[in-house]
Write a protein that binds this ligand. Structure first.
Ligand code: MG
Length: 234
């Protein structure tokens, strides 16, 4: 399977940037929202608690991966992602089934190495991260709004939007960083986008990402953390 190397990331980013220019040149094809974190790897162990204030069942899972990013291969990454989503999907099924009258549910996803195989998908469009797409499809097919909040810059908005739709995500909203956002702390920027989604009347039932900065700051009922191997996957 694919092994991840630093040059691959650089090449991947270059490919996305080049694709962005192509996409912008062809607009007809490029169409244009109390927190608990679950992390897991194939060797993870979980401890389940309940938050008294909300009654929401929560799971705090301690990752115990021995893999280092330099030698993480595709199979290991997929196995680790699947382990997290094996906890996320049952929660989503239960929470969606318990939709309250008038409630507009939403899920927030990070993009790179969460919804797309950024550091492993040496192509454009980049392939979907399958375990995550499976959960997104379950939710979006039942009317849950799917929002994407990314640190990607606005210049590749169209290419990113096209990529997500091409691989099967229904994009209710895509938040990319504008010029001024580039000077903000990433976690603060991402939190502000969730506040904006909530201001539109949505209840964010889950926030799913692979970096700590995707998930800190609250404004989601549950968070699920995919692996980033000590920050080495964007
Ligand atoms: Mg990411």
């Amino acid at each position: 399977m694919t092994s991840r190397h630093p040059w691959l990331r650089r090449a991947s980013v270059t490919a996305v940037s080049a694709a962005a220019l192509v996409a912008m040149a062809a607009p007809a094809d490029a169409t244009t929202s109390t927190s608990t974190t679950t992390t897991s790897t194939s060797t993870a162990t979980a401890a389940r608690t309940t938050t008294p204030a909300t009654g929401i069942s929560t799971a705090a899972t301690t990752a115990a991966s021995t893999a280092t990013a330099a030698d993480v291969d595709y199979a290991t990454w997929q196995k680790d992602c699947q382990a997290v989503m094996d906890q996320a999907l049952p929660y989503l099924k239960q929470r969606i089934a318990a939709t309250r009258p008038g409630e507009k549910q939403a899920i927030v996803f990070d993009i790179d190495n969460t919804t797309l195989e950024t550091d492993f998908g040496f192509s454009y469009p980049q392939p979907a991260n399958r375990p995550v797409l499976e959960a997104a499809r379950y939710a979006q097919d039942r009317g849950v709004a799917v929002f994407f909040v990314t640190a990607r810059p606005g210049i590749i908005y169209s290419a990113t939007d096209h990529n997500l739709r091409h691989v099967g995500y229904k994009v209710s909203g895509l938040y990319v960083r504008g010029f001024l956002d580039l000077f903000k702390n990433v976690a603060d920027y991402k939190t502000a986008q969730r506040v904006d989604i909530e201001s539109k009347g949505y209840t964010i039932i889950a926030n799913i990402g692979n970096s700590a900065t995707d998930l800190s700051g609250g404004h989601a009922e549950r968070t699920f953390k995919l692996p980033d191997y000590d920050g080495q996957l964007s």
